[in-house]
Write a protein that binds this ligand. Sequence first.
Ligand code: F6R
Length: 615
Amino acid sequence: MCGIVGYIGHKQAYNILIQGLYRLEYRGYDSAGMALIKNNGILNVYKSKGKVANLEDEISGKDYEGTIGIAHTRWATHGIPNNTNAHPHTSQNGAIAIVHNGTIENYNILKEALIRHGYTFSSETDTEVLVQLIEYIKIKNKCTLFEAVREALKQVIGAYAIAVIEKDNPNVIIAARKSSPLIIGVGDDETFIASDATPIVGFTDKVIYLKDNEIAVINRNAPLQISSIENNEPSQLDIQELKMNVAQLEKGGYDTFMLKEIFEQANTLKDCIRGRISDNYEQIILSGVLENKDKFINANRIVIVACGTSWHAALIGKRLIQEMCLLPVEVEYASEFRYGNPFITNHDIVIAISQSGETADTLAAVQLAKSKGAFVYGICNVVGASIPRNTDSGTYIHVGPEIGVASTKAFTGQVTVLTLLALCAGQIRKTVKKETVQEIAKGLYQMPEIIQDVFKLDETIRNLSHTFTYARNFLYLGRGYNYPTALEGALKLKEISYIHAEGYPAAEIKHGPIALIDKEMPSVIIAPNDSLYDKIVSNVQQVKARGGFVIAITNKGNTAMKQIADYCLEIPEVPECLTPIVVSVPLQLLAYYIAIYKGQDVDRPRNLAKSVTVE
Ligand code: F6R
């Protein structure tokens, strides 16, 4: 949510910054901007509403010289997307420029005080307040930019990752963070800063993950200094190796990142289970669980917190853990959990699921659960992100960078890790049979091949999707393990095609939603050959009896379903608890092609951004 990139070094900053913005664009694309300092003390600031390409056009032919610069791609929080509200924001005297990701909650109070001191504001943003405050402090205290930024941040309530530069000092960038991510890339005579690692990949593999409440002084003529905002205590420089390559950040011949990521799933699931299942399928080796056996043996309850797609994975995890570990499991939206006075004790395990590892509500839920004494376990994708760094233990899903805003491969990775976790903890607790472990572990092991087989549906789904561009509403129905999959299918469709879609437990439709059924309301019904198959056949019949249009996802060779449903998408048979992984692929493809036929920008759906780092 909002992307920041900065550069200081011996190269021209522009190309690095613009490429960085393209790589960060998935975090927000309402507007973009860049500030560069020329060595003769000129600060050039360029901004443009809309996507990064517009900014590139705006700067083309203009003066973009400078070996120091900061840039930003915005997801609007305060103020509509326009040029004025776009970052970088500059201070009243035009000397200081800032880019910011986050929200400053007390900006109104600060703004009123600054107005009393004669400051005027051109934008509606909280960020402009911060840069004016920095200028005010700098002039009043006659101090350095670093001191002014540090002092200003002490007055700020909220979340921020910022980068600040000053016209008359082309040698320094000040960067700081609290509750929003910021990474420093350490190169040879050059330093990068970015909201995530993507703009840094290809330039250096040495990174420092700035911690909460830290401020960095990046001076081209002096060693990097990081210290605490609060008391200026110096921090150790913890340089880590970045394991990401440029190919992972490119579309690799696909039209979109989303399509690439859907088709990557056979491989990403291989990466996700690698080394985690023994050769004879008898042992699940999940170090985060095995190293904390006591916690899993003595737990009274598990609470899973997450948002969006990750919350859907959590609902599947609930069934898995209850079944394999005989433990009560509750699933909460992180945003509700954090303000819901949750009853948590030190006998609870709280599992936080997050692809980005940066979702503000999930991070806050983690911190709250820890403060109440729970053992907190993270299931994340982005290595080194805030959630994995704030949890007691956890497991990475290892599906590689997910750039398409709609989550696909992360969802199947999360469900896979939850399956492994349920089996591993079930083994420790002795609540799962050896044969069950073997059957499911083998099913997981074969999953990459099975998914490859499911990809053969691509053309059928593409052709079918064309029929549905007219639809204004969709219903997604499933039961048991596939009720959450239905929710996920509906979410995928609405976020990229803007067609309203509802996911429902199939049996519930007769308590209300069946009133919506008519020939213009397609229903996607998930009907694999599982323990609830006969029940869901009745639900299909109920929809058909009311003139509804049914697309059924069922197992190969199910001729009976072909007689009832209008279309059947046939998938291979797998153990019941693994069906969500297999079913989600045709659901992703269906949403994808409907959106494409409707002409939507699937990688950058309107109003959305990846990595929701604000409340
Ligand atoms: C939907 C989607 C979002 C995210 C949600 C949580 O396709 O991507 O609903 O799942 O914003 O994000 P993470 O998993 O990064 O915490």
